[in-house]
Write a protein that binds this ligand. Structure first.
Ligand SMILES: [Zn+2]
Ligand SMILES: [Zn+2]
Length: 235
């Protein structure tokens, strides 16, 4: 099995998206799924298989870091082999980076249990929902983060409101920066929104770099370069 980080993880070719979904067999686990993407050669990898190695690396970084800076934690997570250029593992990555920084900044949470909740919930957030549902999974990740740290459930009042507000603020920031999907850009935008939100609403001061730039654009053929606020020459 190849280890391409960009496009198809088997052969590296570009992904094609289709509507409606097609029944395809995952090239890794052999199970059949309703798929909305495959590569140009027809390779399909299900979300769970796509995310597996990345999830393990993300959990390991979150469990060991003492950083209060979720942008830097996210960058370290993104450098792991199992984290692809784009992919639904970023939905978990957003939550895990925020949970670790929140705990290291004085947030009172059980990190191990919180990461487990993050995995359970983020696994249900499919790849591609940014474009198909109008609800980027990185933004959903920031809402899950607030739900976990406030203990929100569907019956909560204030916590319910905070979690939904968080997702909406991240979505607003992500939408203003425009498509096409870039999991690196949208992860940063969701995390920056969550840093501000936690400071204003939960009184937890996480850190962020003075200037946030991207170091992954070389692996992204659809990078908007100078039009992206994180492209280094703009910094
Ligand atoms: Zn392929
Ligand atoms: Zn699979």
């Amino acid at each position: 099995m190849g280890l391409h980080k960009n496009g198809c993880i088997i052969c590296g070719k570009d992904l094609k998206y289709f509507n409606p979904a097609k029944k395809l067999v995952c090239a890794k686990c052999g199970k059949e799924f309703e798929a909305t993407a495959s590569c140009e050669d027809g390779h399909f990898i299900c979300d769970a298989c796509h995310a597996q190695a990345g999830y393990e690396h993300i959990t390991s970084v979150a469990s060991h870091t003492d950083s209060k800076n979720p942008i830097l934690i996210a960058r370290e997570m993104m450098q792991g082999d199992g984290v692809n250029m784009h992919g639904p593992e970023h939905h978990y990555l957003v939550i895990a980076a925020l949970l670790a920084a929140y705990k290291n900044s004085g947030g009172q949470i059980d990190l191990e249990k919180s990461l487990q909740l993050a995995r359970e919930r983020s696994r249900k957030v499919p790849g591609g929902i940014c474009g198909f549902w109008g609800c980027c999974g990185a933004a959903v990740g920031s809402g899950i983060f607030i739900s976990i740290v406030t203990g929100s459930t569907p019956l909560s009042e204030k916590e319910w409101s905070l979690a939904n507000k968080m997702t909406s603020l991240s979505l607003d920031s992500i939408s203003q920066n425009g498509g096409p999907r870039c999991c690196k850009r949208d992860t940063k935008l969701a995390i920056l929104s969550a840093i501000r939100f936690a400071r204003e609403n939960l009184h937890i001061e996480m850190e962020q770099p003075e200037i946030v730039t991207c170091s992954f654009f070389g692996g992204n053929p659809s990078c908007k370069k100078e039009e992206c606020l994180f492209y280094p020459q703009k910094g």
